[in-house]
Design a protein around this ligand. Structure first.
Ligand SMILES: NC(=O)c1ccc[n+]([C@@H]2O[C@H](COP(=O)([O-])OP(=O)(O)OC[C@H]3O[C@@H](n4cnc5c(N)ncnc54)[C@H](O)[C@@H]3O)[C@@H](O)[C@H]2O)c1
Length: 265
């Protein structure tokens, strides 16, 4: 994939899947702007990729704050003269008691919505003003297979991820006339801090049946994934690079699973 000199912003790029996406975009030549609510982790990723691959820089950016999304995208545009690619990756599971929906608090619901859906839309709104003028842009939203079908996992998480899939569809129609492609990736099981935290909750819910969090995760992969292997952050990065490239210029409004075959739609 040739992303040489493309300017790519990744949210939540400081660790996990976001870090994997930054690395793969950068290996394909993009100049990656690693953003995260945690500046230190964003800097670590950005330093690593600029020493190995292409130029990179880090910004602190909380996707729930208009002031951040608006001013950081403005600064990036002023520095580079364009924004070609936006990967909306930042996402959270905001409650300890995911197994019992009635224990979810008002704050759990609000924060999950503010980060996973409204924050993603804020970043999109802040970036498309530059893409529209350029008549060019690639937006990649990270949802989840949890957004494909409801279940016990975490109702607000699943609902916001379903919202991301639907938001992407609406925006694809609105943005088509500006030559902006927008698509969603739905990852399955990726061993990150988020997966670690949700395995912890599951372990508590199951009354300590498993002796390690990694075992809970491995058990889920064995039970649910037809290909019987977990997904890696770089797997999400490979599809993000394709969707950011001109090889995918006729793909928009789609949601694509990377889950080892769990879901077929
Ligand atoms: N790990 C999985 O199995 C899995 C599966 C499906 C979907 N996802 C999705 O992939 C994305 C990345 O998840 P992950 O597993 O790498 O999680 P993670 O917790 O390892 O990383 C999330 C990153 O987002 C950052 N972040 C959190 N709140 C933020 C905010 N308000 N503004 C900006 N950055 C913020 C964190 O600092 C962190 O660097 C999320 O959208 C998640 O829902 C993950």
């Amino acid at each position: 994939m040739d992303l040489t000199n493309k300017i790519a912003i990744v949210t939540g790029g400081g660790q996990g899947i976001g870090k994997g996406i930054c690395e793969i975009l950068s290996k394909n030549g993009a100049i990656v702007i690693v953003t995260d609510i945690n500046l230190d982790s964003a800097k670590l990723v950005s330093n690593k990729i600029s020493s190995k691959n292409s130029n990179s820089t880090a910004y602190q950016l909380d996707v729930t704050k208009n002031i951040d999304t608006f001013s950081v995208t403005k600064e990036i545009f002023e520095q580079f003269g364009k924004i070609d690619i936006l990967v909306n990756n930042a996402g959270i599971v905001a409650a300890p008691n995911w197994e019992e929906a009635q224990k979810l608090t008002e704050e759990d619901w609000d924060l999950t919505y503010q980060v996973n859906l409204r924050g993603l839309a804020k970043m999109t709104e802040s970036t498309i003003r530059y893409m529209k003028d350029a008549r060019y842009g690639k937006i990649i939203n990270i949802a989840s297979v949890a957004g494909r079908i409801g279940g016990t996992f975490h109702p607000p998480y699943s609902a916001t991820k379903a919202g991301v899939i639907n938001y992407t569809q609406s925006m694809s129609v609105i943005l088509a006339k500006f030559n902006i492609n927008i698509n969603t990736i739905c990852p399955g099981h990726v061993w990150t801090e988020l997966a670690h935290r949700t395995s912890m909750n599951q372990k508590i819910a199951e009354g300590e049946q498993h002796n390690s969090l990694r075992k809970v995760f491995e058990n889920n992969v064995k039970t649910w994934v037809p290909l019987k292997r977990e997904q890696q952050p770089r797997d999400i990065g490979y599809l993000a690079a394709f969707l950011a490239s001109d090889y995918s210029k006729n793909i928009t409004g789609q949601a694509i699973n990377i889950d080892g075959g769990i879901y077929m739609n």
